[in-house]
Design a protein around this ligand. Structure first.
Ligand code: SF4
Ligand code: SF4
Length: 143
């Protein structure tokens, strides 16, 4: 029975897509860049041959807004593909590579702190060698 439900979820789930984000050229020295959305880390971007790119692609998947997570772990048990784990800080984290965008976790979260990623919620941060982050640019351009 459980296997049937999982198959149905796979069949009904939307196919995950990616969207592009771009920003102004980076002229400040950072250890890395990071795309964040509402306090959640979405993607880390490393320099290539000493230069940072001015665009990237991100997966349009569900993600957890850490501030609203009460660590109940309901979503961890509900996810049909095991895409959700608890972080060292004890909030839920979704692996976008595994998420099939079924939306079950978002419906079941008691604090409504799971959302589908949108380009307008994304911002670019710089990360220094100590792991401190600094906002570089909001309102990234969607490609
Ligand atoms: S269901 Fe919501 S509050 Fe509970 S662990 Fe998941 S994200 Fe956090
Ligand atoms: S939307 Fe939520 S429940 Fe569905 S696959 Fe993604 S993380 Fe799992």
């Amino acid at each position: 029975m459980k296997g049937t439900i999982v198959i149905l979820v796979f069949a009904l789930a939307a196919v995950a897509e990616v969207f592009g984000l771009s920003w102004n050229p980076i002229d400040v020295d950072f250890a890395s860049l990071e795309i964040q959305a509402k306090g959640a880390s979405i993607k880390t971007i490393e320099a290539e041959e000493g230069l940072f790119p001015d665009s990237t692609e991100v997966i349009e998947s569900y993600y957890v807004i850490p501030e609203g997570c009460i660590s109940c772990q309901i979503c961890v048990g509900q996810c049909p593909v095991g895409a959700i784990t608890m972080s060292d800080d004890n909030f839920a984290v979704i692996d976008p590579e595994l998420c099939i965008n079924c939306g079950i976790c978002a419906s079941g979260c008691p604090t409504s702190t799971i959302e589908l990623l949108k380009a307008e919620d994304c911002a670019l941060y710089g990360v220094d060698a100590d792991g401190n982050t600094e906002l570089i640019q909001e309102d990234l351009e969607e490609d």
